[in-house]
Design a binder for this molecule. Structure first.
Ligand SMILES: *[C@@H]1O[C@H](CO)[C@@H](O)[C@H](O)[C@H]1NC(C)=O
Ligand SMILES: *[C@@H]1O[C@H](CO)[C@@H](O)[C@H](O)[C@H]1NC(C)=O
Length: 343
């Protein structure tokens, strides 16, 4: 038997491996994470974040054999349930790239056993970000149109194989680094012990590829009132993206509005000024989703020195053709999110 630590990404994973909230599989409060791990992850997130920024500047990426001491690897020779597909696979992520081939096998997540799951074996990959990643793979949760080689994504297979009670999956991402429970994913339901069900409001999808919807605007009361994404724009919800990502102009303006100091494409604020920073509101489908400074500022401690950076970032160059905002973990960490394919 193989066990893998996966990143669940509703989409593409701009910062795939460094997500703060890598959720070990299924109902993880049964097995709380080692705090040691979390610290290492955080440190790695920080160092890889800088590497990513550097990479963005130089644009250099080379592929090497997928190997890293930290992760578990799939070996088809050890699997009696492996079935051959053999078609080649290339995936370019927001950061990094993999090459490999398609195979079929049984995928087990918690008690759920998905038969005939087509997946990509990563045989070559870029060293960044995968060398520092403590996850073993990436599990996409976008719609089937986004899948490589017409593979049926795991969630759709779970539905087809009648393994779920309801056609939904739900994410709880805990942004409090000191808590033992880092998050929870439920396939086929939601965990109403973690939020008030009456506070759940549906948002219609504008397109089914990513989890894409329309956003009316983003506003703040700071400096006499500012707004972005005026007259509406598209947005996607992506658990595989750590930050909130938007067009360069808007992000630059957000940094300016909260007086962030910009270094290497990141905005920094003094950690003792968080109280004075304004809330930022996302207006979606007639409702206001507001992030306070404590929600959108990410605090890192290194050598006992706290650093605070803003959880808003610009799109990597490879994705700048995309016209949507990405509401990543900085946003989703505040709101329990149910992904529903029924309606
Ligand atoms: C898997 O197979 C390889 C050889 O193909 C062998 O070296 C390795 O020990 C096997 N691993 C397990 C867990 O059986
Ligand atoms: C933003 O959207 C809200 C909610 O629809 C609306 O009340 C507000 O006037 C809009 N603000 C701007 C600046 O467009």
């Amino acid at each position: 038997m193989f066990t893998f630590l996966l990143i669940f990404t509703a989409v593409l994973g701009i910062f795939p491996s460094q997500g703060f909230y890598q959720v070990p599989l299924y109902k993880i409060h049964k097995e709380p994470r080692e705090v040691n791990d979390l610290r290492r992850e955080l440190k790695e997130f920080k160092s890889s974040f800088w590497k990513y920024k550097l990479l963005k500047k130089t644009g250099r990426e080379t592929l090497r054999n997928a190997f890293n001491d930290i992760t578990n690897r799939y070996n088809r020779e050890n699997s009696t349930t492996y079935r051959k597909d053999g078609r080649p696979l290339v995936i370019v992520y927001g950061t990094g790239q993999i090459q490999g081939q398609m195979s079929l096998d049984v995928l087990k997540i918690g008690d759920i056993e998905v038969k005939n799951q087509k997946f990509g074996e990563a045989i070559r990959e870029t060293s960044f970000p995968f060398d520092t990643s403590i996850t073993d793979g990436i599990l996409g949760l976008a719609f089937p149109s986004m899948a490589e080689n017409e593979a049926v994504p795991p969630f759709q297979n779970m539905l087809k194989q009648g393994l779920l009670e309801e056609p939904i999956f739900s994410f709880y991402l805990n942004r409090n680094m000191d808590d033992e429970l880092g998050g929870e994913i439920v396939f086929g339901g939601m965990d109403t012990t973690l939020f008030d069900e009456n506070s759940l409001h549906p948002i219609p999808l504008s397109r089914k590829g990513y989890w894409e919807f329309l956003m009316k605007n983003i506003t703040t009361t700071a400096n006499g009132g500012r707004s972005w994404c005026n007259n509406g724009c598209s947005a996607i919800a992506d658990t595989g993206t750590s930050l909130i990502v938007g067009p360069e102009n808007d992000i630059t303006n957000i940094w300016k509005t909260i007086n962030a100091e910009v270094k290497d494409d990141l905005g920094f604020v003094p950690c003792n000024k968080l109280e004075s920073l304004p809330p930022i509101t996302f207006n979606i489908n007639g409702r206001a989703y507001t992030l306070e400074a404590k929600d959108y500022i990410i605090k890192m401690v290194e050598d006992k020195k706290p650093t605070c950076f803003v959880g808003f970032s610009t799109l990597p160059e490879s994705l700048q053709r995309q016209s949507f905002w990405i509401l990543g973990d900085v946003f989703l960490g505040k709101y329990y999110t149910v992904f529903n394919v029924k309606n």
